[in-house]
Design a binder for this molecule. Structure first.
Ligand code: PLP
Length: 384
């Protein structure tokens, strides 16, 4: 079996697995304890914080540990909404955000906040001019992702950040960076990011760990109350093995970004070129997108049928994102790009990593070719 689902989760680095085991075994003290084992655990967390901060070129005090990006996105959006409700109750986001942002905004809408969902163009991009005209005096937060998890579309964050701050310097700019870190350059200062979310398991780190970058000077209303960990921002004993392992994964992913872009980008280009030669397949990803995600539609065929057919040929891909692949609805992201209900219901996502080889890609293309030829007579016209 070859794994082509790296946007859902990634194989951890060997160093990450070793670190997790070692820290669990040797450093099990509670970092809040004031004896030497507690201090030792606290030191490990501090060192990990410094490594993660260095990877983002920010201050260690600006890093908050979380359980992953779902928590980070909730913490950023709900935390800002609650903290700054006095300034206004308007939030701007897009139609293509991950559910951990999109559904969080819907939840706030039900609580009386006003949310503007910006549209995207046919390639899944947000127009910075739309951001500029959406931001108002009472806009407390703009939340826009770096790389879309279904299509790999990359947002023009520098232009968007500028548009946000020119329209209202007090509006906070939050970026869901989960699918971009380690895949593309990350420039939080140039993007004017106030809040930035990451998840370890998307960058070959462990599941259940993430970070939220919170720029110095910003206050968020904490989601969890209890102990005073993370400067009162997140109560609860820290996940030390996860934190230390995440710092390892972050350092490695940051160091390998250029190699990732070259190596994985070459696989993406080859796959996109082959899709272009196949008259029945429609690409939903483009060469200017992130290096690791290729989304394609096979109109007239339910995505699950193509997925399982590829699985029979030894290739593991996904439909939509892992979080929404168990829902039967067509992809909200593809519909927002103006794709038909048919195209949005027949889309699969192939997402690649550095562990994938050129030979494996050749096998995947053969598998796709065989599956598409076999399923071709079964296609239904105008499937909705
Ligand atoms: N944001 C994006 C863009 C994602 O792709 C994901 C994971 O699928 C998340 C957020 C949620 O991350 P986690 O699994 O760490 O909660």
């Amino acid at each position: 079996m070859v794994y082509w689902d790296h946007a859902a989760s990634t194989p951890p680095y060997d160093e990450v697995v070793q670190t997790m085991a070692e820290v669990m075994k040797k450093h099990y003290g509670n970092p809040s304890s004031i004896h030497r084992m507690g201090e030792d655990a606290a030191r490990l967390i501090q060192r990990a914080r410094e490594v993660c901060a260095a990877s983002l070129q920010v201050q260690p005090s600006e890093i908050i540990w979380t359980s992953g990006a779902t928590e980070g996105n909730n913490m950023a959006i709900k935390g800002a909404a609650m903290q700054y409700a006095g300034r206004g109750k308007h939030i701007v986001t897009t139609e293509i955000e991950h559910p951990s942002v999109y559904d969080t905004c819907l939840a706030l809408q039900r609580q009386g906040y006003e949310v503007t969902f910006l549209p995207v163009d046919g390639k899944g991009k947000v127009d910075p001019a739309h951001v500029a005209s959406a931001v108002r005096k009472d806009t407390i937060l703009v939340s826009i992702m770096h790389v879309n998890n279904e299509t790999g579309a990359v947002q023009p964050l520098e232009e968007i950040g500028r548009a946000v701050k020119e329209a209202n310097p007090l509006t906070l700019f939050h970026i869901d960076g989960v699918q971009g870190f380690g895949k593309l350059p990350v420039r939080l200062k140039a993007w004017k990011a106030d809040l930035y979310t990451l998840s370890a398991h998307k960058i070959r780190g462990p599941k259940g760990t993430g970070i939220l970058y919170k720029r110095e000077g910003i206050t968020l209303h904490p989601l969890l109350t209890g102990g005073k960990q993370e400067a009162g921002m997140r109560a609860g004993t820290e996940n030390i093995p996860g934190i230390v392992a995440m710092s390892k994964a972050m350092r490695m992913a940051a160091e390998q970004t250029e190699a990732f872009m070259a190596q994985v980008g070459a696989l993406r280009d080859e796959l996109l070129a082959w899709i272009g030669t196949n008259p029945v397949l429609e690409p939903n990803s483009f060469r200017e997108g992130a290096p690791h995600i290729v989304n394609l539609s096979f109109p007239g065929m339910k995505a699950e049928v193509l997925l399982h057919s590829l699985e029979e040929h030894g290739a593991l891909v996904s439909t939509k994102s892992a979080c929404s692949s168990k829902t039967a609805e067509p992809s909200r992201v593809l519909l927002a790009m103006g794709r038909s209900g048919d195209a949005a219901s027949s889309a699969i996502r192939i997402s690649m990593g550095m562990t994938n080889t050129h030979e494996e890609l050749q096998q995947l293309i053969s598998a796709l070719n065989a599956a598409v030829n076999r399923l071709q007579p079964l296609r239904q016209e105008g499937m909705k």
